[in-house]
Design a protein. Structure first.
Length: 181
């Protein structure tokens, strides 16, 4: 749901503790979100897009402790800031792996092309032609992974990082569950 100023993500829970991972021993403000809550918020954010800033409204049946209610926005923002940093690191590592793979692939391709050319010039036999072509194909196959990284693999990580970053800046507020009537 969206108004003219925010893309609203509405989470309905019985109590505030359901929003956070109950097994995480960290202080409340540093606690991880529950996996289901995180998946719901991320799915909703992806569905809403990045055109408007997010507002996360947590509807509760049971009013939370005032101390926890006061730091809810900080806790949620902290969680998504941490996730943003992880995705940024994942993206950086993927691109580093892509550069390394590209250098290795280029050298391997050059070696295969050179060896294939050498075999083609020195042997005049059908087997030499097959071997030469196989080396060319093998060299180009070695370029598959770096091309896959630079053409396709980085996009989803970048998009997820952008959504996480937007969630790290979201307004978060509590509201009672509306009475059905």
């Amino acid at each position: 749901m969206a108004d003219s100023h925010h893309a609203r993500i509405q989470v309905r829970l019985r109590e505030l503790g359901q929003l956070f991972n109950s097994l995480d021993p960290s202080p409340f403000i540093e606690r991880d979100l529950d996996d289901d809550a995180e998946a719901f918020i991320m799915g909703s954010a992806r569905e809403l897009g990045l055109q408007l800033p997010y507002e996360i409204i947590v509807h509760l049946k049971v009013a939370p402790e005032p101390s926890r209610a006061a730091v809810l926005e900080s806790a949620v923002r902290h969680f998504f800031r941490e996730r943003t940093a992880v995705k940024q690191r994942d993206l950086r590592l993927l691109l580093r792996r892509g550069r390394t793979s590209l250098v290795i692939g280029i050298f391997f391709l050059a070696a295969c092309l050179g060896l294939g050319e050498f075999i083609g010039l020195t042997w005049d036999h059908t087997l030499a032609s097959i071997l030469s072509e196989s080396l060319v194909i093998g060299g180009w196959v070695a370029m598959w992974r770096p091309l896959e990284i630079f053409l396709y693999d980085w996009w989803p990580l970048r998009e997820e990082r952008r959504v996480l970053d937007a969630l790290a800046h979201a307004k978060v507020r509590l509201a009672p569950i509306p009475k059905e009537g």
